[in-house]
Write a protein that binds this ligand. Structure first.
Ligand code: S3P
Length: 434
């Protein structure tokens, strides 16, 4: 029986050094892009998590041979895909389904892309619309998964994205690899650029002109040889724990510091966090380094505009920091949170209220007046990894014990979360439900 709850017992401060699993966004891309390359791609630091394993299984279902050297090391024998014998199952992975949709639209065979009930609720019109403009034959059920794709001749487009989304940008650019002519995507904000970096490293003619990315297909994708850096979105949980739990001083190593991902560091710094970032090198064409935090009395902050997309996955854990901060935190322009694995504004507000928190929801964000006193209770992770982990960090600063139900989903992005936190001295225990 899989572990399904976290018991959180507040206690001493967090101390020591730790690393976190490989970056989820880069792992998805490494296996998908490596599968399309002409030759053998080596991936070290692979994130062996629910979401990324679904992408791996999907490329295998397309006839790509993947050797598993160890849990975190893969060799992908890239080449032409063959028609899958069943729908591809992306389980809970929004990145997985949206990126592979762009690739499948360019294939000479039909395919169906599907996933969990949760994934079937997520909006797909945002990729269907630009893919239709490119000539793709892709349709959903009420613009949601399952997505049915048939072969079609694609042509390049100039697309002005209405949402700052790396998944939409990537779906269009990946379809652009199979299109006649160049594809240009203009983004309203600086969404993560892993697709651009990785395709460029593979020899694709891709460049940015301001907020516009232009890709001209040249038919040749060179294989990759990369080590995936640690995921800053996973690091954010121990980092915030280290800031809010007294007597803490922790350092996380090998973390991806790509500037399109470091909005959480900027936000926490503005909140008065004692946080030191040291760049130590480059991995997979991405800056990598150490982040040290020491317990700090945080203050409220206003967040809106471009930084929102640079920390879009970190708002659930930022809510916990804001509850402990002195003064008012206001988040705006973050309506995308409502269409993630869950409506992360509503779900976090509801679950944190069980610990006694008061959070005012707004259509595009939230307002929190702090500091607030939290009391341990039983809360629910809603099958959303970032909700389950954020709630367990909240439990570390609540009086008494907290139980986070439906916590298995933490493994969608951060397998070993409880063990990593325990290694730093935080008492988060993963338990089976009999
Ligand atoms: C991701 C993009 C973001 C992010 C997700 C990963 C990616 O989603 O929330 O966790 O790897 O491209 P959106 O593109 O929907 O903002």
């Amino acid at each position: 029986m899989a572990s399904d709850l976290f018991r959180v017992i507040p206690g001493r401060g967090l101390q020591g050094r730790a690393t976190v699993p490989g970056d989820k966004s880069i792992s998805h891309r490494a296996v998908m892009f490596g599968a399309m390359a002409n030759g053998v791609t080596q991936v070290r630091g692979w994130l062996a998590a629910g979401d990324t394993e679904a992408s791996l299984a999907s490329v295998q279902a397309l006839g790509i041979q993947v050797e598993r050297i160890s849990q975190h090391e893969l060799i992908v024998h890239g080449g032409a895909f063959t028609a899958p014998s069943a729908p591809l199952n992306l389980v809970n992975a929004g990145t997985g389904i949206r990126l592979i949709a762009g690739i499948m639209c360019g294939q000479p065979f039909p395919s169906v892309l599907d996933g969990s009930e949760q994934l079937r609720r997520r909006p797909m019109k945002r990729i269907i619309t630009p893919l239709h403009m490119m000539g793709a034959d892709i349709n959903g059920v009420n613009d949601r998964a399952p997505l049915t794709i048939k072969p079609a001749q694609l042509h390049g487009i100039k697309y002005d994205m209405p949402v700052a989304s790396a998944q939409v940008k990537s779906a269009v650019l990946l379809a652009g690899l199979f299109a006649k002519g160049a594809t240009a995507v203009t983004q309203p904000g600086p969404a993560r650029d892993h697709t651009e970096r990785m395709l460029s490293a593979m020899g694709v003619d891709i460049h940015s002109e301001g907020n516009t990315i232009v890709l001209t297909p040249n038919g040749d994708l060179k294989p990759l040889n990369l080590t995936v850096p640690g995921d800053i979105s996973s690091a954010a949980f121990p980092l915030v724990a280290g800031l809010v739990v007294s007597d803490s001083d922790i350092t996380l190593t090998g973390i991806n510091l790509n500037p399109t991902r470091t909005g959480i560091i900027d936000a926490l710094t503005r909140m008065g966090a004692d946080i030191t970032v040291t760049e130590t090198g480059l991995e997979a064409g991405e800056p990598v380094g150490e982040i040290r935090v020491r317990h700090s009395q945080l203050k409220g902050v206003e967040i809106g505009g471009d930084v929102v997309v640079e920390m879009i996955d970190e708002f659930p854990i930022l809510m916990v920091a804001a509850l402990l901060a002195e003064g008012r935190t206001v988040v705006r322009d973050a309506q995308e949170l409502r269409v993630k694995e869950t409506d992360r504004i509503a779900v976090m507000a509801a679950e944190l209220s069980k610990l006694g928190a008061q959070i005012t929801e707004t259509p595009d964000g939230f307002i929190i007046d702090g500091p607030q006193v939290l009391t341990g209770a039983t809360v629910d992770g809603h099958d959303d990894h970032r909700i389950a982990m954020s709630l367990s960090v909240a439990g570390l600063v609540a009086a008494g014990e907290t139980t986070v139900l439906d916590a298995r989903c933490a493994g969608d992005s951060f397998p070993g979360f409880a063990a990593t936190m325990a290694g730093l001295g935080a008492e988060i225990v993963q338990q089976d439900i009999p």
